[in-house]
Design a protein around this ligand. Structure first.
Ligand SMILES: CC(C)(COP(=O)(O)OP(=O)(O)OC[C@H]1O[C@@H](n2cnc3c(N)ncnc32)[C@H](O)[C@@H]1OP(=O)(O)O)[C@@H](O)C(=O)NCCC(=O)NCCS
Length: 412
Protein backbone atom coordinates (compact mmCIF):
# COMPACT_ATOMS: atom_id res chain seq x y z
CA UNK A 1 0.00 0.00 0.00
CA UNK A 2 2.77 2.42 1.04
CA UNK A 3 4.71 1.50 -2.08
CA UNK A 4 1.67 2.06 -4.28
CA UNK A 5 1.08 5.38 -2.64
CA UNK A 6 4.65 6.53 -3.16
CA UNK A 7 4.60 5.13 -6.72
CA UNK A 8 1.49 7.18 -7.38
CA UNK A 9 3.10 10.28 -5.93
CA UNK A 10 6.15 9.86 -8.13
CA UNK A 11 3.88 9.52 -11.14
CA UNK A 12 1.87 12.57 -10.09
CA UNK A 13 5.07 14.56 -9.63
CA UNK A 14 6.36 13.49 -13.01
CA UNK A 15 3.11 14.35 -14.74
CA UNK A 16 2.93 17.71 -12.95
CA UNK A 17 6.13 18.65 -14.79
CA UNK A 18 4.15 18.25 -17.99
CA UNK A 19 1.62 20.95 -17.11
CA UNK A 20 2.03 24.39 -18.66
CA UNK A 21 0.34 27.68 -17.79
CA UNK A 22 -1.36 28.55 -21.08
CA UNK A 23 -1.29 32.30 -20.37
CA UNK A 24 2.50 31.94 -20.56
CA UNK A 25 2.62 29.31 -23.30
CA UNK A 26 0.56 31.27 -25.82
CA UNK A 27 2.95 33.72 -27.52
CA UNK A 28 1.33 36.44 -29.61
CA UNK A 29 3.13 38.81 -31.93
CA UNK A 30 2.38 41.52 -34.47
CA UNK A 31 5.10 41.35 -37.08
CA UNK A 32 6.22 44.32 -39.20
CA UNK A 33 9.74 43.23 -40.16
CA UNK A 34 11.19 39.70 -40.66
CA UNK A 35 13.56 40.23 -37.70
CA UNK A 36 10.55 40.65 -35.35
CA UNK A 37 9.90 36.90 -35.64
CA UNK A 38 12.97 36.00 -33.57
CA UNK A 39 12.80 39.07 -31.33
CA UNK A 40 11.36 38.03 -27.93
CA UNK A 41 10.81 41.64 -26.89
CA UNK A 42 7.89 41.95 -29.33
CA UNK A 43 6.05 38.92 -27.90
CA UNK A 44 3.02 39.42 -25.69
CA UNK A 45 0.83 36.97 -23.83
CA UNK A 46 -2.90 36.57 -23.21
CA UNK A 47 -4.72 37.97 -20.20
CA UNK A 48 -7.01 34.93 -20.36
CA UNK A 49 -6.86 31.54 -21.99
CA UNK A 50 -9.66 29.73 -20.11
CA UNK A 51 -12.05 29.86 -23.03
CA UNK A 52 -9.68 27.74 -25.08
CA UNK A 53 -7.90 25.66 -22.42
CA UNK A 54 -10.43 25.38 -19.57
CA UNK A 55 -10.82 27.19 -16.25
CA UNK A 56 -7.41 26.22 -14.84
CA UNK A 57 -5.67 27.70 -17.93
CA UNK A 58 -3.35 24.73 -18.16
CA UNK A 59 -2.26 22.53 -21.06
CA UNK A 60 -1.23 19.02 -20.15
CA UNK A 61 1.35 16.79 -21.73
CA UNK A 62 4.22 19.11 -22.63
CA UNK A 63 7.39 20.57 -21.15
CA UNK A 64 8.49 24.00 -22.34
CA UNK A 65 5.33 24.48 -24.39
CA UNK A 66 5.15 27.47 -26.73
CA UNK A 67 2.07 28.10 -28.82
CA UNK A 68 3.13 30.73 -31.33
CA UNK A 69 0.44 32.80 -32.99
CA UNK A 70 2.20 35.45 -35.02
CA UNK A 71 0.27 37.92 -37.17
CA UNK A 72 1.45 40.24 -39.93
CA UNK A 73 0.94 43.75 -38.55
CA UNK A 74 -1.65 44.93 -41.10
CA UNK A 75 -3.61 42.10 -42.70
CA UNK A 76 -3.14 39.78 -39.69
CA UNK A 77 -2.10 36.82 -41.88
CA UNK A 78 -1.21 34.17 -39.36
CA UNK A 79 1.69 31.87 -38.48
CA UNK A 80 0.73 29.07 -36.07
CA UNK A 81 3.42 26.85 -34.57
CA UNK A 82 3.54 24.59 -31.53
CA UNK A 83 6.94 24.01 -29.91
CA UNK A 84 7.97 22.04 -26.82
CA UNK A 85 11.03 20.37 -25.34
CA UNK A 86 9.30 17.08 -24.48
CA UNK A 87 5.89 15.47 -24.58
CA UNK A 88 4.24 12.56 -22.76
CA UNK A 89 3.42 9.56 -24.87
CA UNK A 90 0.62 7.07 -24.48
CA UNK A 91 3.09 4.26 -24.90
CA UNK A 92 5.54 5.19 -22.11
CA UNK A 93 3.50 7.37 -19.79
CA UNK A 94 0.04 5.84 -20.34
CA UNK A 95 -1.45 9.31 -20.61
CA UNK A 96 -2.43 11.41 -23.55
CA UNK A 97 -1.25 14.98 -24.18
CA UNK A 98 -3.84 17.69 -24.88
CA UNK A 99 -4.48 18.25 -28.56
CA UNK A 100 -3.22 21.83 -28.79
CA UNK A 101 -3.60 22.07 -32.50
CA UNK A 102 -7.27 21.08 -32.42
CA UNK A 103 -8.00 23.66 -29.70
CA UNK A 104 -6.28 26.48 -31.59
CA UNK A 105 -7.85 25.47 -34.91
CA UNK A 106 -11.25 26.02 -33.27
CA UNK A 107 -10.52 29.72 -32.95
CA UNK A 108 -8.24 30.65 -35.83
CA UNK A 109 -9.74 30.68 -39.31
CA UNK A 110 -8.39 28.68 -42.24
CA UNK A 111 -5.63 30.28 -44.31
CA UNK A 112 -2.91 30.36 -41.63
CA UNK A 113 0.49 28.86 -42.24
CA UNK A 114 2.79 26.74 -40.07
CA UNK A 115 5.80 27.58 -42.18
CA UNK A 116 8.05 30.60 -41.53
CA UNK A 117 9.00 31.02 -45.22
CA UNK A 118 5.33 31.22 -46.18
CA UNK A 119 4.78 33.68 -43.36
CA UNK A 120 7.60 35.84 -44.71
CA UNK A 121 5.90 35.98 -48.08
CA UNK A 122 2.64 36.99 -46.29
CA UNK A 123 4.73 39.73 -44.68
CA UNK A 124 5.88 41.04 -48.07
CA UNK A 125 2.25 41.19 -49.20
CA UNK A 126 1.38 43.28 -46.13
CA UNK A 127 2.81 46.25 -48.10
CA UNK A 128 -0.39 46.11 -50.20
CA UNK A 129 -2.67 46.09 -47.19
CA UNK A 130 -4.98 49.12 -46.96
CA UNK A 131 -7.52 49.90 -44.21
CA UNK A 132 -11.12 48.90 -44.82
CA UNK A 133 -14.08 51.29 -45.06
CA UNK A 134 -14.21 55.06 -44.70
CA UNK A 135 -11.85 57.30 -42.76
CA UNK A 136 -13.58 58.86 -39.74
CA UNK A 137 -10.75 60.47 -37.82
CA UNK A 138 -6.95 60.86 -37.77
CA UNK A 139 -4.68 61.84 -34.87
CA UNK A 140 -1.03 61.83 -33.92
CA UNK A 141 0.71 60.55 -30.81
CA UNK A 142 4.18 61.57 -29.76
CA UNK A 143 6.44 58.58 -29.17
CA UNK A 144 9.78 58.99 -27.32
CA UNK A 145 11.67 56.76 -29.78
CA UNK A 146 9.80 57.10 -33.04
CA UNK A 147 8.67 60.75 -32.81
CA UNK A 148 5.27 61.76 -34.19
CA UNK A 149 3.13 58.75 -35.18
CA UNK A 150 -0.09 58.98 -37.19
CA UNK A 151 -3.18 56.89 -36.48
CA UNK A 152 -6.44 56.62 -38.42
CA UNK A 153 -9.88 55.37 -37.43
CA UNK A 154 -12.09 53.78 -40.12
CA UNK A 155 -15.69 52.64 -40.16
CA UNK A 156 -16.17 49.37 -42.02
CA UNK A 157 -18.86 46.79 -42.64
CA UNK A 158 -19.11 43.33 -44.11
CA UNK A 159 -19.65 44.68 -47.63
CA UNK A 160 -15.98 45.87 -47.76
CA UNK A 161 -14.07 43.36 -49.93
CA UNK A 162 -11.82 41.14 -47.80
CA UNK A 163 -13.15 42.49 -44.53
CA UNK A 164 -14.99 39.36 -43.47
CA UNK A 165 -11.82 37.24 -43.59
CA UNK A 166 -9.75 39.97 -41.93
CA UNK A 167 -12.34 40.28 -39.14
CA UNK A 168 -12.24 36.52 -38.54
CA UNK A 169 -8.50 36.84 -37.86
CA UNK A 170 -8.87 40.02 -35.81
CA UNK A 171 -11.54 38.62 -33.50
CA UNK A 172 -9.26 35.75 -32.40
CA UNK A 173 -7.64 38.30 -30.06
CA UNK A 174 -10.93 38.59 -28.13
CA UNK A 175 -10.37 35.11 -26.71
CA UNK A 176 -7.08 36.20 -25.15
CA UNK A 177 -8.01 39.70 -23.97
CA UNK A 178 -11.63 39.61 -22.77
CA UNK A 179 -12.78 37.36 -19.94
CA UNK A 180 -16.14 36.41 -21.42
CA UNK A 181 -15.65 36.92 -25.13
CA UNK A 182 -17.65 35.36 -27.90
CA UNK A 183 -17.43 35.65 -31.66
CA UNK A 184 -20.27 37.61 -33.21
CA UNK A 185 -22.62 36.60 -36.00
CA UNK A 186 -21.03 38.92 -38.52
CA UNK A 187 -23.61 38.09 -41.22
CA UNK A 188 -26.16 40.21 -39.39
CA UNK A 189 -26.06 43.60 -41.12
CA UNK A 190 -26.85 45.52 -37.91
CA UNK A 191 -23.15 45.42 -36.97
CA UNK A 192 -20.83 48.39 -37.45
CA UNK A 193 -17.06 47.98 -37.16
CA UNK A 194 -14.60 50.69 -36.20
CA UNK A 195 -10.90 50.05 -36.73
CA UNK A 196 -7.75 51.85 -35.63
CA UNK A 197 -4.57 51.71 -37.74
CA UNK A 198 -1.09 53.10 -37.33
CA UNK A 199 0.65 54.45 -40.42
CA UNK A 200 4.29 53.41 -40.46
CA UNK A 201 7.22 53.48 -42.79
CA UNK A 202 8.88 50.39 -44.24
CA UNK A 203 11.57 50.71 -46.91
CA UNK A 204 10.29 54.18 -47.83
CA UNK A 205 6.68 53.06 -48.22
CA UNK A 206 3.69 53.83 -45.98
CA UNK A 207 2.15 50.72 -44.44
CA UNK A 208 -0.74 50.23 -42.04
CA UNK A 209 -0.64 48.28 -38.78
CA UNK A 210 -3.77 47.11 -36.95
CA UNK A 211 -4.06 48.75 -33.50
CA UNK A 212 -7.54 47.87 -32.23
CA UNK A 213 -11.22 47.80 -33.00
CA UNK A 214 -14.77 48.06 -31.74
CA UNK A 215 -17.98 46.31 -32.75
CA UNK A 216 -21.32 48.06 -32.34
CA UNK A 217 -24.78 46.56 -32.80
CA UNK A 218 -27.56 48.87 -34.02
CA UNK A 219 -30.73 48.02 -32.11
CA UNK A 220 -34.05 49.22 -33.45
CA UNK A 221 -36.11 51.44 -31.15
CA UNK A 222 -39.81 51.97 -31.89
CA UNK A 223 -40.89 53.82 -33.99
CA UNK A 224 -37.97 55.23 -35.97
CA UNK A 225 -34.82 55.34 -33.83
CA UNK A 226 -31.78 53.16 -33.30
CA UNK A 227 -29.74 52.54 -30.19
CA UNK A 228 -26.13 51.58 -31.03
CA UNK A 229 -24.75 49.24 -28.41
CA UNK A 230 -21.00 48.77 -28.05
CA UNK A 231 -20.35 45.06 -27.93
CA UNK A 232 -16.60 44.50 -27.90
CA UNK A 233 -13.62 46.78 -27.86
CA UNK A 234 -9.95 45.93 -27.85
CA UNK A 235 -6.74 47.82 -28.22
CA UNK A 236 -3.99 45.27 -28.92
CA UNK A 237 -1.56 45.03 -25.96
CA UNK A 238 1.48 46.67 -27.62
CA UNK A 239 -0.64 49.79 -28.12
CA UNK A 240 -2.49 49.92 -24.78
CA UNK A 241 -2.13 52.89 -22.44
CA UNK A 242 -1.27 55.31 -25.26
CA UNK A 243 -4.70 56.90 -25.57
CA UNK A 244 -6.03 54.87 -28.54
CA UNK A 245 -8.98 53.49 -26.57
CA UNK A 246 -10.12 57.02 -25.74
CA UNK A 247 -9.61 58.20 -29.34
CA UNK A 248 -11.62 55.26 -30.67
CA UNK A 249 -14.50 55.67 -28.24
CA UNK A 250 -14.68 59.42 -28.83
CA UNK A 251 -14.61 59.01 -32.63
CA UNK A 252 -17.37 56.39 -32.46
CA UNK A 253 -19.42 58.57 -30.13
CA UNK A 254 -19.08 61.61 -32.40
CA UNK A 255 -20.03 59.49 -35.42
CA UNK A 256 -23.32 58.31 -33.86
CA UNK A 257 -24.08 61.78 -32.45
CA UNK A 258 -24.14 63.04 -36.03
CA UNK A 259 -26.93 60.61 -37.00
CA UNK A 260 -30.43 61.99 -36.23
CA UNK A 261 -31.98 58.50 -35.97
CA UNK A 262 -29.74 57.55 -33.03
CA UNK A 263 -31.49 57.78 -29.66
CA UNK A 264 -28.52 57.13 -27.37
CA UNK A 265 -25.38 55.02 -27.19
CA UNK A 266 -25.14 52.10 -24.79
CA UNK A 267 -22.80 49.18 -24.05
CA UNK A 268 -23.31 45.47 -23.56
CA UNK A 269 -22.21 44.19 -20.16
CA UNK A 270 -19.41 46.78 -19.84
CA UNK A 271 -16.18 45.85 -18.05
CA UNK A 272 -14.61 48.04 -15.38
CA UNK A 273 -11.92 49.21 -17.83
CA UNK A 274 -14.50 50.13 -20.39
CA UNK A 275 -16.55 52.11 -17.85
CA UNK A 276 -13.43 54.08 -16.83
CA UNK A 277 -12.66 54.85 -20.43
CA UNK A 278 -16.24 55.87 -21.16
CA UNK A 279 -16.37 58.12 -18.07
CA UNK A 280 -13.26 59.90 -19.32
CA UNK A 281 -14.54 60.33 -22.88
CA UNK A 282 -18.06 61.45 -21.90
CA UNK A 283 -16.68 63.89 -19.34
CA UNK A 284 -14.36 65.33 -21.97
CA UNK A 285 -17.35 65.79 -24.29
CA UNK A 286 -19.70 67.24 -21.62
CA UNK A 287 -17.31 69.64 -19.93
CA UNK A 288 -18.03 72.42 -22.42
CA UNK A 289 -21.84 72.12 -22.21
CA UNK A 290 -23.43 75.19 -20.52
CA UNK A 291 -25.55 73.11 -18.12
CA UNK A 292 -22.34 71.55 -16.71
CA UNK A 293 -20.73 74.96 -15.92
CA UNK A 294 -18.98 75.07 -12.51
CA UNK A 295 -21.56 77.24 -10.74
CA UNK A 296 -24.39 74.96 -11.91
CA UNK A 297 -22.59 71.80 -10.82
CA UNK A 298 -22.57 72.94 -7.21
CA UNK A 299 -26.39 73.26 -7.28
CA UNK A 300 -26.91 69.56 -7.98
CA UNK A 301 -27.76 67.17 -10.81
CA UNK A 302 -30.39 68.90 -12.95
CA UNK A 303 -32.93 68.08 -15.65
CA UNK A 304 -31.08 70.57 -17.86
CA UNK A 305 -27.95 68.41 -17.66
CA UNK A 306 -29.90 65.28 -18.54
CA UNK A 307 -31.58 67.02 -21.48
CA UNK A 308 -28.47 68.70 -22.86
CA UNK A 309 -26.34 65.52 -22.59
CA UNK A 310 -29.10 63.54 -24.30
CA UNK A 311 -29.97 66.04 -27.04
CA UNK A 312 -26.46 67.13 -27.95
CA UNK A 313 -24.38 64.04 -27.20
CA UNK A 314 -26.87 61.12 -27.05
CA UNK A 315 -25.75 60.31 -23.52
CA UNK A 316 -28.30 58.60 -21.28
CA UNK A 317 -29.27 59.79 -17.81
CA UNK A 318 -27.20 57.26 -15.87
CA UNK A 319 -24.01 58.15 -17.71
CA UNK A 320 -24.77 61.89 -17.46
CA UNK A 321 -25.06 61.46 -13.70
CA UNK A 322 -21.54 60.00 -13.49
CA UNK A 323 -20.19 62.82 -15.65
CA UNK A 324 -21.86 65.30 -13.30
CA UNK A 325 -20.18 63.69 -10.26
CA UNK A 326 -16.77 63.87 -11.94
CA UNK A 327 -17.14 67.48 -13.04
CA UNK A 328 -18.61 68.47 -9.69
CA UNK A 329 -15.60 66.98 -7.93
CA UNK A 330 -13.37 69.10 -10.15
CA UNK A 331 -15.42 72.20 -9.30
CA UNK A 332 -15.49 71.45 -5.55
CA UNK A 333 -13.02 72.97 -3.12
CA UNK A 334 -12.44 69.88 -0.97
CA UNK A 335 -10.63 71.97 1.65
CA UNK A 336 -13.91 73.79 2.21
CA UNK A 337 -15.77 71.67 4.78
CA UNK A 338 -19.28 72.55 3.59
CA UNK A 339 -18.49 71.94 -0.07
CA UNK A 340 -16.68 68.69 0.71
CA UNK A 341 -19.58 67.42 2.86
CA UNK A 342 -22.16 68.36 0.23
CA UNK A 343 -20.14 66.48 -2.36
CA UNK A 344 -19.77 63.38 -0.23
CA UNK A 345 -23.47 63.28 0.56
CA UNK A 346 -24.37 63.79 -3.08
CA UNK A 347 -22.30 60.81 -4.29
CA UNK A 348 -23.25 58.60 -1.35
CA UNK A 349 -26.94 59.34 -1.98
CA UNK A 350 -26.60 57.73 -5.40
CA UNK A 351 -24.44 54.88 -4.12
CA UNK A 352 -26.93 54.29 -1.31
CA UNK A 353 -29.71 53.34 -3.78
CA UNK A 354 -28.99 49.58 -3.76
CA UNK A 355 -28.45 49.55 0.02
CA UNK A 356 -31.79 51.22 0.60
CA UNK A 357 -33.41 48.49 -1.48
CA UNK A 358 -31.72 45.89 0.75
CA UNK A 359 -33.08 47.67 3.79
CA UNK A 360 -36.63 47.56 2.45
CA UNK A 361 -36.24 43.87 1.69
CA UNK A 362 -35.04 43.25 5.23
CA UNK A 363 -38.11 44.99 6.64
CA UNK A 364 -40.34 42.81 4.49
CA UNK A 365 -38.48 39.67 5.55
CA UNK A 366 -38.78 40.49 9.21
CA UNK A 367 -42.51 40.10 8.82
CA UNK A 368 -42.50 36.71 7.17
CA UNK A 369 -39.31 34.81 8.12
CA UNK A 370 -38.81 32.51 11.12
CA UNK A 371 -36.23 33.88 13.62
CA UNK A 372 -33.50 31.39 12.62
CA UNK A 373 -33.95 32.26 8.92
CA UNK A 374 -33.86 35.92 9.74
CA UNK A 375 -30.50 35.56 11.51
CA UNK A 376 -28.86 34.17 8.37
CA UNK A 377 -30.13 37.11 6.31
CA UNK A 378 -29.19 39.67 8.94
CA UNK A 379 -25.48 38.93 8.35
CA UNK A 380 -25.73 40.07 4.75
CA UNK A 381 -27.70 43.15 5.65
CA UNK A 382 -25.92 44.29 8.76
CA UNK A 383 -25.98 48.08 8.79
CA UNK A 384 -22.40 48.42 9.97
CA UNK A 385 -21.24 46.27 7.04
CA UNK A 386 -23.37 48.34 4.69
CA UNK A 387 -21.88 51.52 6.04
CA UNK A 388 -18.34 50.23 5.47
CA UNK A 389 -19.16 49.03 1.98
CA UNK A 390 -20.72 52.36 1.14
CA UNK A 391 -17.61 54.19 2.34
CA UNK A 392 -15.41 51.84 0.30
CA UNK A 393 -17.50 52.35 -2.86
CA UNK A 394 -17.35 56.10 -2.31
CA UNK A 395 -13.55 56.10 -1.94
CA UNK A 396 -13.16 53.92 -5.05
CA UNK A 397 -15.43 56.15 -7.12
CA UNK A 398 -13.61 59.31 -6.02
CA UNK A 399 -10.23 57.67 -6.76
CA UNK A 400 -11.37 56.84 -10.31
CA UNK A 401 -12.83 60.33 -10.73
CA UNK A 402 -9.58 61.97 -9.65
CA UNK A 403 -7.61 59.98 -12.24
CA UNK A 404 -10.05 61.13 -14.93
CA UNK A 405 -9.70 64.75 -13.80
CA UNK A 406 -5.88 64.42 -13.93
CA UNK A 407 -6.09 62.89 -17.39
CA UNK A 408 -8.34 65.74 -18.59
CA UNK A 409 -5.88 68.26 -17.19
CA UNK A 410 -2.93 66.57 -18.90
CA UNK A 411 -4.75 66.66 -22.25
CA UNK A 412 -5.84 70.31 -21.92
C1 LIG B 1 -9.81 48.73 -22.18
C2 LIG B 1 -8.97 49.12 -23.39
C3 LIG B 1 -9.85 49.08 -24.64
C4 LIG B 1 -8.41 50.52 -23.20
O1 LIG B 1 -7.67 50.90 -24.33
P1 LIG B 1 -6.34 51.81 -24.19
O2 LIG B 1 -5.93 52.22 -25.55
O3 LIG B 1 -5.34 51.12 -23.35
O4 LIG B 1 -6.98 53.06 -23.44
P2 LIG B 1 -6.28 54.45 -23.15
O5 LIG B 1 -4.83 54.39 -23.50
O6 LIG B 1 -7.09 55.50 -23.81
O7 LIG B 1 -6.46 54.55 -21.57
C5 LIG B 1 -5.96 53.51 -20.74
C6 LIG B 1 -5.12 54.06 -19.62
O8 LIG B 1 -3.91 54.56 -20.15
C7 LIG B 1 -3.65 55.87 -19.69
N1 LIG B 1 -3.00 56.64 -20.76
C8 LIG B 1 -3.51 56.99 -21.94
N2 LIG B 1 -2.61 57.67 -22.67
C9 LIG B 1 -1.49 57.73 -21.93
C10 LIG B 1 -0.22 58.28 -22.14
N3 LIG B 1 0.11 58.92 -23.25
N4 LIG B 1 0.70 58.14 -21.15
C11 LIG B 1 0.40 57.49 -20.01
N5 LIG B 1 -0.81 56.95 -19.77
C12 LIG B 1 -1.73 57.06 -20.71
C13 LIG B 1 -5.01 56.42 -19.39
O9 LIG B 1 -4.98 57.46 -18.44
C14 LIG B 1 -5.74 55.23 -18.86
O10 LIG B 1 -5.45 55.07 -17.50
P3 LIG B 1 -6.56 54.53 -16.45
O11 LIG B 1 -6.82 53.10 -16.85
O12 LIG B 1 -5.89 54.69 -15.13
O13 LIG B 1 -7.76 55.39 -16.61
C15 LIG B 1 -7.74 48.15 -23.58
O14 LIG B 1 -6.97 48.17 -22.40
C16 LIG B 1 -8.12 46.73 -23.90
O15 LIG B 1 -8.30 46.40 -25.06
N6 LIG B 1 -8.25 45.86 -22.87
C17 LIG B 1 -8.58 44.47 -23.06
C18 LIG B 1 -9.99 44.28 -23.56
C19 LIG B 1 -11.04 45.02 -22.74
O16 LIG B 1 -11.03 45.00 -21.51
N7 LIG B 1 -11.97 45.68 -23.46
C20 LIG B 1 -13.03 46.44 -22.85
C21 LIG B 1 -14.25 45.69 -22.63
S1 LIG B 1 -14.99 44.98 -24.07
Amino acid sequence: MALNQSGLNDMEKKLAEYKCDTNEAVCLKLVRFPEDIEDDSTTFHPEYSHQTFGDDEVAFGYKGLQIQLYYTAGNLSTLFKVKYSSKVTEKFDCVEADDIEAKIREIIPAGFTCNVDDFNSFLEKDANFKPFGTLLHAYTVHNEEAGELTYQIYKADMTCPGFQEYHERLQTFLMWLIETASFIDADDDHWDFFLVFEKYNKDGETLYATVGYMTVYNYYVYPDKTRPRVSQMIVLPPFQGEGHGAQLLEAVHRFYCSLPKVQDITAEDPSENYVKLRDYVLTKLCQSLPSFASEKLLLGFSDDMVKEARDKLKINKKHARRVYEILRLRATDMSNEDQARDYRLEVKKRLFGPYRKNQRELEKMKKCLRPEELVSHMGQMDTQVQHEELEKSYQEAVGDYRRIIERLASQA
